[in-house]
Design a protein around this ligand. Sequence first.
Ligand code: SF4
Length: 434
Amino acid sequence: MNKKVHPDKIPYLLVCDKKGNIFEDTAYYTVGKAGNKIVKLLSSDFIELPFGSDMFFLPGRNPVGLNIKTEKIEIIKSRLAVAAFVAPAYTITHHAVWETKKNAPRLPLFAFAAVGWLNHKFYVPALRIENDIRQDCEQFNQKKVIAGYKKMIKIKPENRIIKHLSHCALVYFCPAARNYFLNRWEAPLPTSPICNSQCLGCISYQPKEHKITSTQNRITFIPAPCEIAEVAVEHLETAANPIVSFGQGCEGEPLLVWKTLRDAIVLIRKKTQKGIINLNTNASKPEAVEALCKAGLQSIRVSLNSVRESMYNKYYKPQKYTFNDVLESIKIARKHKIWVSVNYFVFPGVTDSNEEFTALKKFLTEYKINMIQWRNFNIDPEWYIKELNYKYDSKLLGVNNIIQNIKKKFPQIYNGYYNPGKEIIERYLGLVRK
Ligand code: SF4
């Protein structure tokens, strides 16, 4: 599955001048960060920067590289650091390395991978974890998205979800919303303006004191079940490999409006048996998960920054629920034999710590989930570590290494990046139940 396109040697470090020009400094090799460790990367750690990735210079931060002559790690005071936000379907293994100056602004909600340059190509330490092309940049033709939007809004002019998704597709360029208007694959069904967590890196709500902005705004209304069903039925009936998903970046927690979800699922399944109905969630309400499974939910994706309760609590700051409720929801979903994924936020240096990995193996053994979605953790790394008061006192195993280890030790687990469609779910559930 991994792209076997490694450079011949370690790429040169990318830096940025005061005018915002990004270029390579051939006196330095690119190094990577895993937790608080600066790692001398190998050429085999790198793959070509995937099409559709972004590149940033980092304000108030000086780049750090490996001086090729002296073989010493050095800070380049005269330049700004550069990092890449790698396209979906890829998991990064190392952050970029920089030294933060006093008064540097907090970084926005992206993942900041190391990035280098060699022989006219950009390279990042990452691996392709998912074969599915559903969010690959070359799949999108914005003219066709606009045409799809115009068609849908003409057919269903009163539907508020379609109006909401048009903003996502046309302003935020959200790949899920764009796929909806392209009438294919996974379509989003946002429903909840409220949440019972207070995640540090929430992409739909950021309080002023965090000094960063959320990347999307939350939906401002709760759609009626018939509005949800109207969007979902059409998509499930007509799209290729269709999935409809509650729980999106542009909303709060869908379980807080679970009765609406339940009624919508019943309406949807009265009209069509096609495709998959999925819920992306913090899994905070086991009784709601039970009701949704009974109504016909087929897949659930639970987001976790860590499988350790203390780490979870410090990041999610759960309001009126506990980590145990999350675990209980997973148990209930498995009891109903629906597909359970974990949306596992990968943070090099924390996710691959021996302590977290040991806890992950225990969790996988006990809860028998079906899938891990190895997604990059979009947050200023220094902010996360500081807020969680995280101590780097556990041995690091390497992100790539733990993924390969999980593949070997838990061959029944599907590793990827997206909620799978019916074919994969049926194949894998059939396999594990033999
Ligand atoms: S659970 Fe989702 S919506 Fe709620 S605070 Fe966390 S990221 Fe935001």
